[in-house]
Design a protein around this ligand. Structure first.
Ligand SMILES: Nc1nc2c(ncn2[C@@H]2O[C@H](COP(=O)(O)OP(=O)(O)OP(=O)(O)O)[C@@H](O)[C@H]2O)c(=O)[nH]1
Ligand SMILES: [Mg+2]
Length: 466
């Protein structure tokens, strides 16, 4: 149910700017604006003006002029919310903004709830739920990649994909349910092989979408990159070099870093979250051991692992520890072996390492001097390459929302039950129930199926004014 009241809020960021924008939305938006706005030059009320027009005039409280403003008007259904909308652009003073807001409330508008404009846009059919969520992502996007992904979702790429899936499911379920209607005659409208193929196809598509979540999440929150290695190899020096800031303490004492240090850096439009960790060594120190435990946790969570070695140490020593870490690397992770201290090690050490260290499938290698900031740009490029984010295509549908991911996983489970059910000759009732369930979860993503609770949860995370 759409609440019929007319809502108002300041839509620009809090604080003082050149101008600020207040937005009114609802059936009474124009009449309420008329009560405070006056344009002597035009001599006409806003309710009598055409849609999509701008009007210059004053906002008055009794006889006192509060500000000179520009008012834009949009009429239902051709506005962001699908309702009549008035936007008042005033000067950016906090006092002016607040006074106009109070005035609008006095004249019958109520203050908008968080995300209520976007919620109304959804409820009025201007966009589906995943697009509404993309509005929030777009507003929050702080890198080119995150922006591209949110833009694509807002334009409806993901919604279209889901719609296609649901239509295919509908096709299967109607055939099966038709058979149910004729159950006494034992007819078979749906060829079982064809059904299985269709369901398998859908299952694969759902899996692909769900599988894109780790990438989507990385784009949204930064690709997690763990810097791992023995003590004193130069991990913290590298973090500082990447950040261009003395964030972590560097010293020649082994075991300097004991806790995890994180920061986000933007490399060519992609956010990376670098995680400096405690160096790995055998130690009896209790606190250092706890730190090393965390190192292994971060190793697990990383998408890319920078495994650092000190080129001035013996090859044997370096490789032994690398082997230990390799055992913990998972298939989906990428590893860049970073040979550090190239400034003191020289070419011989590098050649020896290259000759004696066969790389695994998901490994790359590069040589740097963290201290002298040599070859750091090469490492940055390698990071972009292995993280697979830079060549993100605008057409790619990538899931970046945990709610969508969960729904996809459940939809995937349901469709896999369908495949198994057809295979085992299970009764049509159950098969059709599982298909309906799969459709239900896909529908939850776009909001074709929704509950007040789900909606409430989504929109409460928006700010007021969005
Ligand atoms: N010559 C040279 N020294 C370096 C380089 N990188 C780091 N160092 C030195 O190596 C020592 C250890 O550096 P850190 O960055 O603290 O090493 P870490 O890996 O973070 O060590 P822990 O926190 O103890 O695990 C310091 O004295 C650095 O100045 C390099 O590229 N060349
Ligand atoms: Mg350190």
């Amino acid at each position: 149910m759409i609440d019929q009241s007319t809502i108002c809020a300041i839509s620009t960021a809090p604080g003082v700017g050149g101008i600020a924008v207040l937005r009114l939305s609802g059936a009474e938006a124009l009449p309420i604006a008329d009560k405070v706005f006056n344009s002597p030059k035009e001599g006409k009320r806003l309710v009598d003006q055409k849609a999509n027009t701008l009007h210059f005039g004053t906002i008055k409280e009794n006889d006192k002029i509060i500000d000179e403003v520009v008012v834009s008007i949009f009429r239902a259904p051709h506005s962001f919310t699908g309702e009549d909308v008035v936007e008042i652009s005033c000067h950016g003073s906090q006092y002016i903004q607040q006074t106009i807001l109070q005035l609008l409330m006095k004249k019958g508008a109520r203050i908008a709830n968080p995300g209520e404009y976007t919620q109304r846009a959804f409820l009025n059919g201007k966009m589906d739920l995943s697009q509404a969520e993309a509005v929030a992502d777009l507003i929050a996007s702080d890198s080119a990649a995150a922006h591209k992904m949110a833009m694509n979702q807002m334009k409806g790429g993901f919604s279209k994909e889901l719609m296609n899936l649901r239509n295919e499911l509908l096709q299967i379920v109607s055939l099966i349910e038709l058979e149910l209607d004729f159950s006494e005659e034992e007819v078979e409208f749906a060829d079982r092989t064809q059904l299985t193929n269709l369901a398998t196809n859908i299952s694969e598509m759902i899996q692909d979408l769900a599988g894109s979540f780790s990438l989507g999440n990385a784009i949204k929150n930064g690709v997690p990159v763990a810097i791992i290695g023995e003590t004193n190899v130069g991990k913290s020096t590298l973090l500082n070099a990447l950040l261009n800031e003395e964030k972590a303490i560097v010293s020649d004492i082994e075991g300097t870093t004991r806790d995890v240090i994180e920061d986000v850096i933007n490399i060519e439009g992609v956010s990376f979250r670098f995680i400096d960790t405690a160096g790995i060594r055998n130690t009896k120190d209790k606190i250092e051991s706890l730190g090393i435990e965390r190192t292994f946790q971060k190793l697990q969570q990383a998408q890319v692992v920078l495994y650092m070695i000190d080129l001035s140490r013996s090859l044997k020593e370096n490789i032994a520890r690398l082997e230990e870490v390799r055992e913990k690397i998972q298939d989906h992770q990428e590893v860049i072996i970073v040979g550090n201290k190239a400034d003191v090690a020289g070419k011989k050490a590098i050649d020896a390492l290259l000759a004696d260290l066969p790389l695994e499938r998901n490994e790359d290698i590069c040589f740097i001097s963290a201290k002298e900031q040599k070859n750091i740009s090469q490492l940055r490029e390698l990071l972009l390459e292995v993280s697979n984010v830079a060549n993100l295509n605008t057409q790619d549908v990538i899931v970046s929302n945990a709610r969508h991911y969960e729904a996809l996983v459940k939809a995937g489970e349901a469709i896999d039950r369908v495949i198994a059910g057809i295979h085992n000759g299970i009764s049509n009732d159950f098969v059709s129930q599982d298909i309906r369930e799969c459709m239900h979860y896909l529908g939850e993503i776009t909001g074709a199926i929704n509950t007040d609770e789900v909606l409430g949860n989504i929109f409460k995370n928006f700010c007021i004014g969005k």
